[in-house]
Design a protein around this ligand. Structure first.
Ligand code: ATP
Ligand code: MG
Length: 269
Protein backbone atom coordinates (compact mmCIF):
# COMPACT_ATOMS: atom_id res chain seq x y z
CA UNK A 1 0.00 0.00 0.00
CA UNK A 2 1.52 3.33 -0.95
CA UNK A 3 1.01 6.34 1.24
CA UNK A 4 1.36 9.86 -0.01
CA UNK A 5 1.90 12.57 2.57
CA UNK A 6 -0.80 15.23 2.62
CA UNK A 7 0.56 18.59 1.46
CA UNK A 8 1.47 20.82 4.42
CA UNK A 9 -1.15 23.39 5.34
CA UNK A 10 -0.26 27.05 5.15
CA UNK A 11 0.98 28.50 8.41
CA UNK A 12 0.15 32.01 7.20
CA UNK A 13 -2.46 32.66 4.55
CA UNK A 14 -3.71 35.84 2.91
CA UNK A 15 -7.18 35.29 1.44
CA UNK A 16 -8.30 37.99 -1.01
CA UNK A 17 -6.86 40.61 1.30
CA UNK A 18 -7.50 44.28 0.54
CA UNK A 19 -6.41 47.21 2.68
CA UNK A 20 -7.18 50.90 2.36
CA UNK A 21 -6.31 53.81 4.61
CA UNK A 22 -8.16 57.07 5.15
CA UNK A 23 -6.36 60.24 6.08
CA UNK A 24 -8.68 63.26 6.21
CA UNK A 25 -10.54 63.14 2.89
CA UNK A 26 -7.84 61.18 1.12
CA UNK A 27 -8.24 57.45 0.77
CA UNK A 28 -5.33 55.25 -0.23
CA UNK A 29 -5.89 51.74 -1.39
CA UNK A 30 -2.65 49.96 -0.53
CA UNK A 31 -3.52 46.32 -1.24
CA UNK A 32 -5.84 45.27 -4.07
CA UNK A 33 -6.79 41.64 -3.53
CA UNK A 34 -3.86 39.55 -2.36
CA UNK A 35 -3.97 35.77 -1.96
CA UNK A 36 -1.00 33.58 -1.08
CA UNK A 37 0.13 31.24 1.67
CA UNK A 38 3.38 30.45 3.43
CA UNK A 39 3.94 26.84 4.47
CA UNK A 40 5.79 25.79 7.65
CA UNK A 41 9.53 25.98 7.05
CA UNK A 42 9.21 27.98 3.85
CA UNK A 43 11.20 31.11 3.03
CA UNK A 44 9.05 33.46 0.95
CA UNK A 45 10.12 36.90 -0.26
CA UNK A 46 7.89 39.71 -1.45
CA UNK A 47 9.31 42.32 -3.81
CA UNK A 48 7.49 45.36 -5.14
CA UNK A 49 7.75 49.10 -5.74
CA UNK A 50 7.98 51.55 -2.86
CA UNK A 51 4.62 52.32 -1.30
CA UNK A 52 2.81 49.32 -2.82
CA UNK A 53 1.85 47.82 0.55
CA UNK A 54 4.65 45.42 1.52
CA UNK A 55 4.97 46.62 5.13
CA UNK A 56 1.17 46.63 5.33
CA UNK A 57 1.20 42.89 4.53
CA UNK A 58 3.53 42.25 7.46
CA UNK A 59 1.51 44.49 9.80
CA UNK A 60 -1.54 42.40 8.92
CA UNK A 61 0.34 39.14 9.56
CA UNK A 62 1.54 40.48 12.92
CA UNK A 63 -2.04 41.36 13.82
CA UNK A 64 -1.23 45.06 14.20
CA UNK A 65 -4.03 45.99 11.80
CA UNK A 66 -7.06 44.31 10.22
CA UNK A 67 -7.75 43.93 6.50
CA UNK A 68 -10.45 46.09 4.83
CA UNK A 69 -11.45 43.05 2.75
CA UNK A 70 -10.67 39.34 2.93
CA UNK A 71 -8.99 37.51 5.79
CA UNK A 72 -5.52 36.77 7.12
CA UNK A 73 -5.18 33.34 8.72
CA UNK A 74 -2.41 32.04 10.95
CA UNK A 75 -2.24 28.40 12.06
CA UNK A 76 -5.66 27.84 10.48
CA UNK A 77 -7.47 30.68 12.28
CA UNK A 78 -8.29 34.25 11.34
CA UNK A 79 -5.97 36.71 13.09
CA UNK A 80 -8.04 38.80 15.47
CA UNK A 81 -5.42 40.20 17.83
CA UNK A 82 -1.65 40.71 18.08
CA UNK A 83 -0.09 37.55 16.64
CA UNK A 84 2.15 36.31 19.47
CA UNK A 85 3.51 33.42 17.42
CA UNK A 86 5.52 35.58 15.03
CA UNK A 87 8.69 37.60 15.52
CA UNK A 88 8.62 40.89 13.61
CA UNK A 89 11.70 42.79 12.47
CA UNK A 90 10.07 46.05 11.46
CA UNK A 91 11.32 48.38 8.73
CA UNK A 92 12.11 51.07 11.33
CA UNK A 93 13.92 49.30 14.13
CA UNK A 94 12.20 49.70 17.46
CA UNK A 95 15.11 49.13 19.81
CA UNK A 96 14.71 50.21 23.41
CA UNK A 97 16.64 53.52 23.57
CA UNK A 98 17.42 53.17 27.29
CA UNK A 99 18.87 49.65 26.99
CA UNK A 100 22.33 48.82 25.66
CA UNK A 101 23.07 46.35 22.84
CA UNK A 102 23.40 43.39 25.22
CA UNK A 103 20.09 44.11 26.98
CA UNK A 104 18.24 44.81 23.73
CA UNK A 105 19.36 41.45 22.33
CA UNK A 106 18.55 39.65 25.62
CA UNK A 107 15.04 41.15 25.88
CA UNK A 108 13.07 38.22 24.40
CA UNK A 109 14.99 35.71 26.54
CA UNK A 110 14.34 37.75 29.70
CA UNK A 111 10.63 37.95 28.93
CA UNK A 112 10.63 34.16 28.51
CA UNK A 113 12.55 33.78 31.81
CA UNK A 114 15.45 31.79 30.35
CA UNK A 115 17.98 30.95 33.11
CA UNK A 116 20.85 33.46 33.31
CA UNK A 117 23.81 31.24 32.26
CA UNK A 118 22.01 29.95 29.14
CA UNK A 119 20.85 33.50 28.39
CA UNK A 120 24.38 34.87 28.62
CA UNK A 121 25.81 32.16 26.37
CA UNK A 122 23.18 32.71 23.69
CA UNK A 123 23.46 36.51 23.75
CA UNK A 124 27.27 36.27 23.42
CA UNK A 125 26.81 33.93 20.44
CA UNK A 126 24.42 36.33 18.71
CA UNK A 127 26.61 39.38 19.44
CA UNK A 128 29.39 37.63 17.53
CA UNK A 129 27.03 36.52 14.78
CA UNK A 130 25.95 40.07 14.00
CA UNK A 131 29.50 41.43 14.42
CA UNK A 132 28.87 43.69 17.40
CA UNK A 133 31.60 42.46 19.73
CA UNK A 134 32.94 45.43 21.78
CA UNK A 135 29.66 47.32 21.30
CA UNK A 136 27.72 45.36 23.93
CA UNK A 137 27.53 48.34 26.30
CA UNK A 138 26.67 50.93 23.64
CA UNK A 139 23.18 52.43 23.51
CA UNK A 140 21.15 52.54 20.24
CA UNK A 141 21.82 56.31 19.84
CA UNK A 142 25.55 55.50 19.73
CA UNK A 143 25.20 53.06 16.81
CA UNK A 144 25.08 53.49 13.03
CA UNK A 145 21.86 52.64 11.15
CA UNK A 146 23.33 49.33 9.97
CA UNK A 147 24.46 48.39 13.48
CA UNK A 148 20.96 49.10 14.83
CA UNK A 149 19.52 46.82 12.14
CA UNK A 150 21.89 44.07 13.23
CA UNK A 151 20.78 44.43 16.87
CA UNK A 152 17.13 44.24 15.76
CA UNK A 153 17.88 41.09 13.76
CA UNK A 154 19.68 39.38 16.66
CA UNK A 155 16.96 40.41 19.11
CA UNK A 156 14.29 38.56 17.13
CA UNK A 157 16.23 35.55 15.84
CA UNK A 158 17.60 34.77 19.31
CA UNK A 159 14.27 33.65 20.81
CA UNK A 160 13.51 31.48 17.80
CA UNK A 161 9.87 32.37 17.03
CA UNK A 162 7.84 29.94 14.94
CA UNK A 163 7.70 32.45 12.07
CA UNK A 164 9.79 35.55 11.40
CA UNK A 165 8.48 38.57 9.49
CA UNK A 166 11.39 40.62 8.15
CA UNK A 167 10.91 44.04 6.57
CA UNK A 168 13.98 44.98 4.54
CA UNK A 169 16.32 43.95 7.34
CA UNK A 170 19.50 44.46 5.32
CA UNK A 171 18.64 47.65 3.44
CA UNK A 172 20.79 49.97 5.59
CA UNK A 173 23.86 47.75 5.47
CA UNK A 174 26.87 48.39 3.28
CA UNK A 175 27.41 45.87 0.47
CA UNK A 176 29.99 43.74 2.28
CA UNK A 177 28.21 43.52 5.64
CA UNK A 178 25.03 42.75 3.71
CA UNK A 179 26.63 39.73 2.01
CA UNK A 180 27.93 38.46 5.36
CA UNK A 181 24.51 38.90 7.00
CA UNK A 182 22.71 37.22 4.07
CA UNK A 183 25.11 34.28 4.38
CA UNK A 184 24.48 34.12 8.14
CA UNK A 185 20.72 34.18 7.63
CA UNK A 186 21.02 31.40 5.02
CA UNK A 187 23.09 29.35 7.44
CA UNK A 188 20.63 29.86 10.34
CA UNK A 189 17.61 29.20 8.15
CA UNK A 190 19.10 26.08 6.54
CA UNK A 191 19.91 24.73 10.05
CA UNK A 192 16.60 25.60 11.75
CA UNK A 193 14.06 25.92 8.89
CA UNK A 194 12.04 28.69 10.49
CA UNK A 195 9.16 29.99 8.44
CA UNK A 196 10.15 33.39 7.03
CA UNK A 197 8.22 36.07 5.19
CA UNK A 198 10.80 38.52 3.93
CA UNK A 199 10.32 41.92 2.31
CA UNK A 200 13.03 43.40 0.13
CA UNK A 201 13.67 45.83 -2.72
CA UNK A 202 16.61 43.71 -3.77
CA UNK A 203 15.89 40.97 -6.33
CA UNK A 204 19.32 39.39 -5.95
CA UNK A 205 18.73 39.04 -2.22
CA UNK A 206 15.22 37.64 -2.76
CA UNK A 207 16.44 34.92 -5.15
CA UNK A 208 19.48 34.07 -3.06
CA UNK A 209 17.48 33.45 0.12
CA UNK A 210 14.04 32.22 -0.92
CA UNK A 211 12.02 29.15 -1.84
CA UNK A 212 9.51 31.43 -3.55
CA UNK A 213 9.53 35.06 -4.70
CA UNK A 214 6.32 37.04 -5.09
CA UNK A 215 6.32 40.19 -7.22
CA UNK A 216 3.73 42.83 -6.40
CA UNK A 217 2.51 45.55 -8.74
CA UNK A 218 2.43 49.25 -7.88
CA UNK A 219 -0.43 50.38 -5.59
CA UNK A 220 -3.06 49.02 -5.20
CA UNK A 221 -0.86 45.96 -5.01
CA UNK A 222 -1.80 42.83 -6.93
CA UNK A 223 0.35 39.75 -7.32
CA UNK A 224 2.06 39.96 -10.73
CA UNK A 225 4.17 36.82 -10.54
CA UNK A 226 5.11 33.99 -8.18
CA UNK A 227 8.32 32.14 -8.97
CA UNK A 228 9.64 28.98 -7.29
CA UNK A 229 13.38 29.27 -6.67
CA UNK A 230 14.63 25.75 -7.20
CA UNK A 231 18.34 26.52 -6.79
CA UNK A 232 19.96 23.75 -4.71
CA UNK A 233 20.65 24.27 -0.99
CA UNK A 234 22.82 24.87 0.90
CA UNK A 235 23.39 28.04 -1.11
CA UNK A 236 26.49 30.15 -1.15
CA UNK A 237 25.57 33.83 -1.27
CA UNK A 238 28.93 34.68 -2.84
CA UNK A 239 28.98 31.98 -5.55
CA UNK A 240 25.32 32.26 -6.62
CA UNK A 241 25.70 35.55 -8.41
CA UNK A 242 27.61 33.92 -11.29
CA UNK A 243 25.35 30.83 -11.48
CA UNK A 244 23.51 30.71 -14.89
CA UNK A 245 20.23 29.50 -13.29
CA UNK A 246 20.38 32.42 -10.90
CA UNK A 247 20.91 34.83 -13.77
CA UNK A 248 17.91 33.33 -15.63
CA UNK A 249 15.66 33.74 -12.58
CA UNK A 250 16.86 37.29 -12.12
CA UNK A 251 15.94 38.27 -15.67
CA UNK A 252 12.45 36.66 -15.42
CA UNK A 253 11.71 38.54 -12.20
CA UNK A 254 13.28 41.80 -13.36
CA UNK A 255 11.24 41.83 -16.57
CA UNK A 256 8.06 41.58 -14.48
CA UNK A 257 9.08 44.13 -11.88
CA UNK A 258 10.58 46.86 -14.00
CA UNK A 259 7.44 48.37 -15.59
CA UNK A 260 5.98 49.16 -12.17
CA UNK A 261 9.31 50.50 -10.93
CA UNK A 262 9.34 52.99 -13.80
CA UNK A 263 5.94 54.29 -12.69
CA UNK A 264 7.31 54.48 -9.20
CA UNK A 265 10.39 56.50 -10.21
CA UNK A 266 8.35 58.88 -12.37
CA UNK A 267 6.01 59.53 -9.45
CA UNK A 268 2.92 58.91 -11.55
CA UNK A 269 1.17 57.05 -8.72
N1 ATP B 1 -1.07 53.44 9.11
C1 ATP B 1 -1.24 54.01 7.92
N2 ATP B 1 -2.08 55.07 7.76
C2 ATP B 1 -2.29 55.63 6.56
N3 ATP B 1 -1.69 55.21 5.42
C3 ATP B 1 -0.84 54.18 5.51
C4 ATP B 1 -0.57 53.53 6.75
N4 ATP B 1 0.30 52.53 6.52
C5 ATP B 1 0.58 52.56 5.20
N5 ATP B 1 -0.11 53.55 4.59
C6 ATP B 1 -0.10 53.86 3.15
O1 ATP B 1 -0.27 52.63 2.45
C7 ATP B 1 0.59 52.58 1.33
C8 ATP B 1 1.49 51.37 1.45
O2 ATP B 1 2.38 51.55 2.55
P1 ATP B 1 3.48 50.48 2.97
O3 ATP B 1 4.25 51.06 4.07
O4 ATP B 1 2.81 49.18 3.18
O5 ATP B 1 4.35 50.41 1.62
P2 ATP B 1 5.70 49.63 1.31
O6 ATP B 1 5.45 48.78 0.10
O7 ATP B 1 6.17 48.95 2.53
O8 ATP B 1 6.70 50.82 0.93
P3 ATP B 1 8.30 50.92 1.12
O9 ATP B 1 8.89 49.99 0.09
O10 ATP B 1 8.59 52.34 0.77
O11 ATP B 1 8.61 50.56 2.52
C9 ATP B 1 1.34 53.91 1.29
O12 ATP B 1 0.68 54.75 0.39
C10 ATP B 1 1.23 54.44 2.71
O13 ATP B 1 1.19 55.85 2.70
MG1 MG C 1 7.78 49.21 3.75
Amino acid sequence: MSETAAPALDLLEFRKVGKSFSSGRARTQALGSISFGVKPGEFVSVVGPSGCGKSTLLNLAAGLMRPSAGEVHYGGEAIKDINQRVGYITQRDNLLPWANVYDNIALGLKIRKMPQPAQRQLVEEFIDMVGLRHFERHYPSELSGGMRKRVALARTLIYSPEMVLMDEPFSALDAHVKLVMQSELLRIWEAHRKTILFITHDLTEAIMLSDRVIILSARPAQIKLIVEIDLPRPRDAFALQTNPDFIGLFSTLWNTLKSDLQLDVMGTR
